[in-house]
Design a binder for this molecule. Structure first.
Ligand SMILES: [Cu+2]
Length: 648
């Protein structure tokens, strides 16, 4: 990757596939048409000599675009995976264009794909005994990917739900949620982060744990006891197995967990804390001058769990260890270390070299730099005061929140109150803290519009931070876009950080209410183009297997789709039947997705190539219902229907 993209090298950053339109038509749309006998009229277009309307532009033509513009037919250099806040989803954007590519439903229901409608998605989301969804709301805040050898491996990413304290996993080959876990005995699960390697076993150089920080303290167990006794409220930090998605252990703490960071050596997980006062109301939460950055010694906690030095809470079987201050006074046996940080910090991020954590005080104009080795030294008994692990505390501006890093030792922190991004140099900050008056930590500032929350650099949460871009997710857009009513879109602003001065590249609008993103080089992401029939236990592998199968009042309807028809032109059920409809898309052509909507029965979902989904509903109204394909698939898409006849 080049550090300073010029007009020419944006064209050479990565080879671009030939997206010639006729070539696409030749391999996909025509295959879809062949069954309908329409190939003849169009096949003349499918020739190598046909003009390529959107072929890669000639060099001279392409340079008419700015250095950051992704010209028509070109692809972005990065993916950005962004939480959707209380929309409950995750979004994928391309960068530098800012084009939204996909919304992945997670905790929300989604009509487009049928998430929350199909039996398969409802099983992942969780249902009550009566079959209805346990929760239909969610609040996604933080997305973090699996690592191998200190950088992204493109396998999974995880996202939290703050409302119901759930952790979801998204597999990155299909970009779909495959597991959701509800954490026991916690509320306000806010920060989450994957670990980067095992603290003990050197052969495990990849993610095996996901850490989950709970922000809100509650009585434990929260079953009606201690309702008015705020002193008994406690929060916990949870470790989840990244493969099984089962909780491994929890740590009882003082204060709360906010954001989470993990070390590159796997030894420490960290969470910034505001409200060390354990206040219940906000004025109580701002009383203390110093809050904390709390470190967890992962190996010691797991040794304590193995040794059975644990309790359980309520009906949960998850082992809980005691990480409160009172139980961890001796550094040599401590499971936790509370490093004092000025006033209500929000955000903790580790530098790509693994040496430093930046923890910013929201109500203090400072960023505290904590040295990783010094925290380990405290755990070894070699550092008297945890505060001595702080090696710099530059004043950087008002309302500092989250920090991203480049590959040259610079940090970029969002300043919520100043509406700025401040660039500061970590080594200069350390020298200044040591008394060097010539050291000037702050290097540059740039205005953003307005009130930035999270900010992140390209590949900045990996050892492969590349120092090309910073993305500022802003909380207010005000006057930046055409007015669309009282609810405004949010802004994301892309900033070029490759030079000495930060340069604003563009604004792009983002639907409410993004919180956090990761910016991932595109070569890391390897998605599949079609599914495999064998992945689905219910797959109807041959159109001949289609039919209506009755077992008392329970009826199974099996059908397949292949453009432009469903395998059953009609199917009959009786009023009051519980109908389970299984649909397999037998089309094998990339991007040839079909939809299936059943009028008056509140059913709509899609099946992508070689995919199977099922839905269950009560056929409670006699009559004729035209089930139709909702996802445009073919010239005869409108004709693609099946008639459901419900007999009285
Ligand atoms: Cu269709």
């Amino acid at each position: 990757m080049t550090q300073n993209p010029t007009q020419d090298d944006t064209q050479t950053l990565a080879p671009q596939p030939d997206l010639g339109r006729r070539k696409f038509l030749g391999t996909s749309a025509l295959v879809g048409l062949s069954g309908a006998g329409l190939t003849l009229g169009l096949s003349a277009c499918n020739k190598e000599t046909a003009p390529t309307a959107a072929a890669p532009a000639a060099k001279g033509e392409a340079t008419a675009h700015g250095p950051y513009e992704v010209a028509p037919g070109k692809l972005d250099d990065y993916y950005s995976f962004s939480s959707g806040g209380h929309s409950g989803d995750v979004r994928i954007y391309g960068l530098p264009s800012g084009r939204q590519l996909k919304s992945i439903p997670v905790f929300n229901t989604d009509n487009l794909v049928g998430w929350g409608i199909t039996n398969e998605s409802r099983a992942i989301m969780g249902t009550k005994p009566d079959g209805s969804l346990k929760y239909s709301t969610g609040d996604t805040h933080h997305v973090h990917q699996t690592y191998t050898d200190g950088t992204y491996d493109g396998k999974y990413f995880y996202v939290n739900d703050k409302i119901h304290s759930r952790l979801a996993r998204i597999r990155m080959d299909t970009m779909e949620c495959d597991r959701i876990l509800e954490l026991p005995n916690v509320q306000g699960f806010h920060g989450t982060f994957t670990d980067k390697r095992d603290p003990v076993d050197a052969s495990i150089n990849h993610t095996t744990r996901v850490f989950c920080g709970a922000e809100f303290s509650t009585p434990l167990p929260n079953d009606g006891r201690d309702l008015e006794d705020g002193g008994k409220y406690r929060a916990m930090f949870t470790c989840v197995d990244s493969e099984s998605m089962e909780p491994r252990w929890q740590v009882l703490i003082d204060g709360n967990c906010d954001l989470v960071a993990t070390s590159y050596d796997g030894k420490l997980a960290a969470t910034n804390q505001y409200n060390v006062e354990n206040g219940v109301h906000y004025e109580d939460m701002m009383a203390a001058e110093m809050d904390a950055c709390l470190f967890f010694n992962v190996a010691r906690i797991e040794a304590a769990v193995k040794a059975g030095k644990t309790t359980t809470i309520g009906s949960s079987r998850v082992p809980v260890v005691d990480g409160t201050r009172a139980a961890n006074k001796d550094p040599k046996t401590a499971l936790t270390c509370y490093v004092p940080i000025p006033k209500n910090p929000h955000g903790v991020n580790i530098s790509p070299d693994g040496k430093y954590y930046a923890c910013s005080g929201k109500l203090s104009p400072t960023a505290s730099v904590i040295e990783h080795e010094l925290v380990l030294k405290w755990f070894d008994g070699g550092l008297e005061n945890p505060r001595d692990a702080v090696v710099a505390e530059p004043e950087i501006g008002l309302g500092p929140l989250h920090t991203g890093f480049d590959n040259k030792g610079n940090a970029y922190t969002t300043l919520f109150l100043d509406s700025q991004i401040v660039k500061w140099n970590v080594e200069a900050a350390i020298k200044s803290y040591q008394g060097d008056k010539s050291a000037k930590p702050v290097v540059d500032r740039i205005d953003v519009h307005y009130q930035p929350g999270h900010g992140f650099t390209s590949m900045g949460e990996t050892k492969e931070a590349d120092g090309r871009f910073f993305l500022s997710d802003n909380k207010f857009s005000k006057d930046r876009f055409l007015p669309v009513g009282p609810l405004h879109p949010e802004t994301a602003q892309l900033i070029d950080i490759s030079g000495d001065k930060m340069k604003l590249v563009h604004d792009h609008s983002v639907l409410s209410e993004p919180h956090d993103s990761i910016i991932v080089r595109r070569d890391i992401i390897k998605t599949r183009q079609i599914y495999d029939l064998d992945e689905f236990p219910l797959a109807v592998k041959d159109a001949k297997e289609s039919g209506v199968f009755r077992n008392g009042k329970k009826v199974t309807v099996k059908l397949t789709s292949q453009a432009p028809s469903f395998s059953l032109r009609e199917f009959k059920v009786k009023k009051g039947d519980e109908v389970t409809l299984i649909l397999t898309n037998l089309d094998k052509v990339e991007d040839l997705t079909h939809g299936f909507a059943i009028p008056k029965h509140d059913i709509n979902f899609i099946v992508s190539p070689q995919e199977t989904k099922s839905v269950t509903f009560i056929a409670d109204k006699p009559g004729v219902y035209w089930c139709y394909c909702t996802h445009f698939c073919h010239a005869l898409h409108l004709e693609m229907r099946s008639r459901m006849i419900v007999e009285a």
